[in-house]
Write a protein that binds this ligand. Sequence first.
Ligand code: DGL
Length: 253
Amino acid sequence: MIGIFDSGSGGLSVLREIIKILPREKYIYFADNAFCPYGEKTPEFIQQRGRVVTDYLLSEGADIIVVACNTATAAAISTLRSEYDVKFIGMEPAVKPAALSSETGVIGVLATAGTLKGSKYLNTKGLYEDNVRIEERVGQGFVELVERGVLEGPEAERTVRDSLQPLLDSGADRIVLGCTHYPFLKDVIQKLSGPSVQVIDPAPAVARHLLDVMETEGLVREDGGPELPDVRLVASGDPGPSRALYQMIIKNR
Ligand code: DGL
């Protein structure tokens, strides 16, 4: 069983990609939305939530855990790896593909404050900043929009524009989505950015990495499994937002 968690519904953008390539596995998705957003919380707080959620997922039978949250990956994945005897797959902002493909030499990164301050991101950034200029912005209010299911329309466009426009004004032709909630606003981000800007979601790469690790660990189901993905959704708060987004994912599959 694959355990997946996020501060809320954002990690469903990762689950969406995972079930495309591993449709017959069993999943438990935990939305820690009683404590959402994680973006401004301390690393210690997020580590503690990571332990609580990990204990729960393991008690439900998870064999591997996807930390489908950039902020939790930045704050807690190394602590969790040192404390638990289970594999954790984390998120990585897609700075590399953006930096290698940019034509203007400027890339924009949208993420939470916690991710942008984390050593993982700062190290990755250090590898590429000699070659490209990297501009960053917190997607102010994006997480709240997604949790409320507002994925398009004037309010979503207004909110997205406030954080996105400075990146576009700086000449960025690649926008990296460094928070798993943001892919649910990808259509709005793409519309406001125009066709010459590529918006990059790291979730497909994370899904492929999970598949590789599961193959190496011998965790891929051999017996076929059910026809539809077997996904159980659990939340520390109201399960409504995750259920609604999950229905949308399944419908648009
Ligand atoms: N979805 C999260 C991330 O990838 C966390 C957003 C939040 O709770 O602030 O960073």
